[in-house]
Design a protein. Structure first.
Length: 278
């Protein structure tokens, strides 16, 4: 029975999400229950692609990614895949009318990770678009539930949140990206001479993204607002920790948000949402 296989596929995507990211799992839990399956399915897809380029050392990453890309388009075309993660993704793709251009852009950014070790301003912007902003747009398609006008209105704000979160990831992972993966994402940054004024300039970009994103979060329907705000609050907290330390410390340790703080952020976000402060 296809329905049984679809359930197994969705369970696989949920397992991937909960295994790889407790923080994102909490955000999904804060969404209305009707969105859980779709967002798990999206996360499973982007997580697996990201794992290929970031974690599968000692394997032919280019071939693996090329096969994953080909299998993704086959799954979308056929509306089925024997890969449970791709089967669950094609389901949400068709159910919510996710634009194929978003998939193209995302997979293009994954390919950039294998082909480029540094970025110009143009390629940096394109990478952020494909690796983060379009993922936010996939989720927004789900939250909009077929309301194209609402999607168009909230689109730039969803992109800003994706951009802010990705740039925070870049700052947090500067050392690992450079030392392990051989990548630097920020244009014109020499990690052997990373200056505070460069860090401050990046932080101003991120602040602007967060400020714009919050405006859009407040306009989301209540069914998705809390979950998205929790993601915003977590990354804003992580960003504030990064802002408070000098450049050399970023290059020597990975900044984290302790579980106790995550719980406080969750409770604070819940009360703000309940009291309609967001």
């Amino acid at each position: 029975m296809k329905a049984l296989f679809d359930n197994i596929s969705a369970t696989s995507s949920r397992l991937v999400t909960k295994t790889y990211s407790t923080s994102f799992s909490i955000c999904i839990y804060c969404l209305h229950k009707r969105f859980h399956k779709a967002i798990y399915n999206i996360y499973g897809f982007v997580r697996f692609a990201d794992e290929i380029v970031d974690s599968f050392h000692g394997y032919d990453k280019k071939t693996l990614l090329a096969e994953f890309k080909q299998d993704t388009y086959k799954a979308i075309e056929r509306k089925i895949s024997l890969n449970p993660i791709l089967n669950s993704f094609q389901e949400v793709f068709h159910a919510y009318g996710i634009d194929i251009e978003l998939v193209d852009s995302f997979l293009g950014s994954m390919e950039m990770d294998l082909d480029q070790s540094s970025h110009s301003k143009s390629s940096y912007d394109n990478y952020i678009l494909g690796s983060a902003e379009v993922v936010g747009l996939m989720c927004l398609r789900v939250f909009s539930e077929g309301d194209n006008l609402n999607y168009k209105i909230l689109k730039p704000y969803a992109m800003s949140l994706g951009s802010a979160c990705q740039k925070v990831n870049f700052l947090r992972d500067l050392r690992n990206d450079y030392a392990v993966l051989g990548r630097t994402y920020f244009p014109k940054i020499d990690l052997n001479d990373f200056q505070n004024e460069q860090k401050v300039a990046i932080e101003k970009e991120i602040e602007a993204d967060f400020e714009k994103a919050l405006k859009g979060i407040k306009e989301l329907p209540s069914s998705s607002r809390l979950g998205v705000y929790v993601a915003y609050a977590y990354y804003k907290n992580l960003f504030n920790k990064i802002k408070a330390i000098p450049p050399e410390k970023i290059l020597n340790e990975r900044v984290r948000v302790p579980n106790t703080e995550k719980l406080i952020l969750l409770l604070t976000s819940y009360f703000k949402h309940t009291l309609r402060l967001i």
